[in-house]
Design a protein around this ligand. Structure first.
Ligand SMILES: C[S@@+](CC[C@H](N)C(=O)[O-])C[C@H]1O[C@@H](n2cnc3c(N)ncnc32)[C@H](O)[C@@H]1O
Length: 273
């Protein structure tokens, strides 16, 4: 990807060259085309989320979006005047961000961020750490290049559909794929500086059932098609037409608190827990 236009941070060529590690990586290339349609809350709530995030980041300038994807967050932040840099391993997801006019995009690995220390005020980290076995290494890197805060999102209410999906899969001897720890789980390890409620809304089961049927979520990519079809048919029988209450929050951590969690001393041995 390109980025020569504005150089308001310094690149670390030597770590960038280390990207492309032999460790397992989850590519989103196959879903780049449908990603925006199949993820996140309804459009008006997504807009509210973007607006709330912009409000919360006032006073900061340089933002790193790790696992920037199609630029769902980078685009509105850039449009509001933040200097945004995005990193992602998927060329096709980055391609979608380029189509939207997002600048400063890098193809690279969250575990080897190509920036010098303390380059950014804010790291945006939404739904990426659960895709990375060495999530602590990724978080260490985010801590290294970010001096201020890290923000993520959190869906507060239980998700009966997801829970039933997982249970039914188990009955067939399969488990949803999850490699690392979700950012939303970090709140139980490190207390956020601030939690901001964005909105409460009704989430349609039909919409999710349709997407589960298409196997668009990364947790489903290892599940055989016929098993997925049987499970989703059962879910349709149980949940079709239902609406679940959901609450969406923004979580904000102080980098120093996260740093304590992943400091080299505490992590001489990398573990998946
Ligand atoms: C669920 S999507 C989230 C995208 C974006 N943060 C959003 O909320 O719309 C996860 C993204 O992380 C990227 N990704 C996965 N592993 C990565 C890694 N090790 N380094 C950088 N990006 C990675 C995927 O390619 C994908 O674009």
């Amino acid at each position: 990807m390109h980025l020569q236009a504005k150089r308001f941070y310094k690149l670390l060529n030597e770590t960038y060259a280390r990207a492309g590690t032999s460790e397992m990586r989850v590519s989103f290339d196959s879903v780049a085309q449908v990603y925006d349609k199949t993820r996140g809350p309804p459009g008006r709530i997504m807009k509210q989320l973007g607006d709330t995030l912009i409000g919360e980041l006032q006073g900061h300038r340089m933002v790193l979006d790790v696992g920037v994807g199609t630029g769902r967050f980078a685009k509105p932040l850039q449009a509001s005047g933040f200097e945004v840099v995005g990193v992602d391993i998927s060329g096709k997801m980055l391609g979608k961000a380029v189509e939207k006019g997002v600048d400063n995009l890098f193809r690279g690995d969250a575990c080897f961020l190509p920036f010098v220390d303390n380059s950014f005020d804010v790291a945006v980290c939404v739904h990426i750490l659960h895709l990375i076995c060495e999530w602590k290494t990724a978080l260490q890197e985010i801590c290294r290049v970010t001096r201020g805060i890290m923000v993520s999102t959190h869906y507060v209410c239980r998700d009966p559909l997801r829970e039933a999906y997982t249970r039914l899969l188990k009955g067939y001897g399969y488990e949803s794929r999850r490699l690392g720890k979700g950012e939303w789980e970090l709140k139980d390890l490190v207390k956020p500086l601030k939690t901001v409620v964005v909105a409460s809304y009704g989430a349609s089961a039909n919409r999710r059932l349709a997407f589960l049927g298409q196997r668009v979520y990364s947790s489903q990519w290892d599940i055989p098609e016929d098993v997925n079809r049987k499970v989703v048919n059962e879910l349709k029988r149980r949940f079709a037409g239902k609406v679940f209450l959901q609450e969406l929050q923004i979580l904000i951590w102080d980098m120093k608190d996260l740093e304590a969690l992943v400091s080299a001393r505490n992590n001489l041995v990398q573990r998946r827990d």
